[in-house]
Design a protein around this ligand. Structure first.
Ligand code: HEC
Ligand code: HEC
Ligand code: HEC
Length: 269
């Protein structure tokens, strides 16, 4: 026994290292697709999840004050939407605690709050289990932005988003290099290109965002002010700071909310 323990102590760290060497994500079943846009008018799956969360909260709150009629009302909604999971994605039936849902319903009807509490816990463990296995990749695949078909028009030519990004980056870095080497004319010319690049960038947002506020958030007044500051900064030989702030405002913020998710989505789809 003692030897087995020492053996485990010695081997455990190594097996952990092997496990850390790779990331595996389970693919969600294909039948999930029909419950998301664009196949569906709404993201029905996601909305069913919001209902479950609200119903659990209601059951907990009414259970705490032993209000049987309201507990029953919300418990019935909860089990209805919980059972719906198996109808929507039959492949996920095994992830569910359906017999505990039946027990929860019965306990709520009879006002047996202790039994109800136990059944609720069992059901909630199935929420956690499925979420840790699938939630992140489902959100990325079905609700993450897809830039694979987004393009912009650059000098009359249809240009992929990725190629456009490389040009933007080249121009931003050109400002930095020229400013550092005190070539003000070259820095100003590159800034002009960045300005027109940003106005093209603004038009690209419309392919997914109907509301004009979206582009204002990264590429609105604040960005225009930073571009102006940069223009004066270049002439004064002091542009480093404003260029850094501009890159965060006009580039990094959007990468944080769009590019990270798109990269992940493209990798796992
Ligand atoms: C069989 C799998 C499965 C089970 C069981 C499940 N969920 Fe989910 N849940 C998901 C997936 C997948 C997502 C990600 C959906 C998305 O982001 O579009 C999700 C997302 C959610 C979200 C959305 C979180 C957010 O803020 O975007 C909530 C809330 C939620 N689930 C609640 C529950 C509750 C409560 C239960 C248990 C009663 C439950 N879920 C059981 C698969 C499951
Ligand atoms: C390929 C589609 C797509 C394009 C193009 C796109 N977005 Fe988005 N954007 C999304 C998605 C998806 C979300 C996630 C939230 C949602 O569903 O609105 C989002 C969210 C946002 C948000 C809200 C972020 C938050 O957390 O509050 C802002 C602001 C935004 N986008 C700005 C922009 C700007 C500016 C552009 C153009 C430079 C742009 N988007 C281009 C798909 C896109
Ligand atoms: C929609 C919001 C958005 C804005 C604003 C944005 N980007 Fe991007 N950027 C992306 C997305 C999405 C990708 C990934 C494109 C792909 O992989 O097809 C990307 C990729 C990149 C890349 C990687 C190119 C490569 O070789 O992999 C660079 C560099 C880049 N952007 C620079 C910039 C610069 C510089 C700015 C600001 C002037 C900027 N981006 C503004 C969304 C944005």
């Amino acid at each position: 026994m003692r030897y087995l323990f020492i053996f485990l102590l010695l081997t455990l760290p190594f097996s952990t290292i092997y496990a850390e060497g790779q990331i595996t994500l389970e693919k969600p079943p294909a039948s999930l697709k029909q419950w998301y846009k664009p196949e569906n008018k709404r993201n029905v799956w996601h909305h069913n999840m919001f209902k479950l969360r609200r119903e659990i909260q209601a059951v907990n709150e009414y259970m705490a004050v032993k209000d049987q009629p309201h507990t029953e009302k919300w418990a019935i909604r909860l089990v209805t939407h919980y059972r719906k999971i198996a109808e929507m994605v039959p492949e996920w039936r095994d992830e569910l605690e359906l017999e505990w849902a039946d027990k929860l319903e019965a306990a709520a009807k009879q006002g047996e709050f202790e039994a109800l509490g136990k059944a609720l816990k069992k059901m909630q463990s199935s929420c956690k289990g499925c979420h840790s296995d699938y939630r992140a990749q489902v959100a990325a695949i079905y609700r993450g932005p897809d830039f694979s078909k987004v393009s912009v028009e650059l000098d009359g030519k249809e240009t992929s988003y990725l190629d456009f990004m490389k040009i933007l980056m080249r121009d931003v870095n050109r400002i930095k290099i020229a400013a550092e080497d005190d070539d003000k004319a070259r820095a100003q010319a590159a800034l002009k290109d960045v300005r027109s690049g940003i106005s093209i960038l603004r038009s690209s947002c419309d392919s997914c965002h109907k509301e004009p506020q979206a582009k204002e958030y990264y590429l609105g007044k604040k960005t225009r002010k930073l571009l102006d500051e940069l223009q004066t900064g270049i002439d004064k030989g002091d542009s480093g700071h404003s260029l850094g702030i501009l890159a965060v405002q006009a580039c990094a913020h959007c990468h944080g909310s769009h590019r990270i998710v798109y990269d992940l989505k493209a990798e796992i789809e």
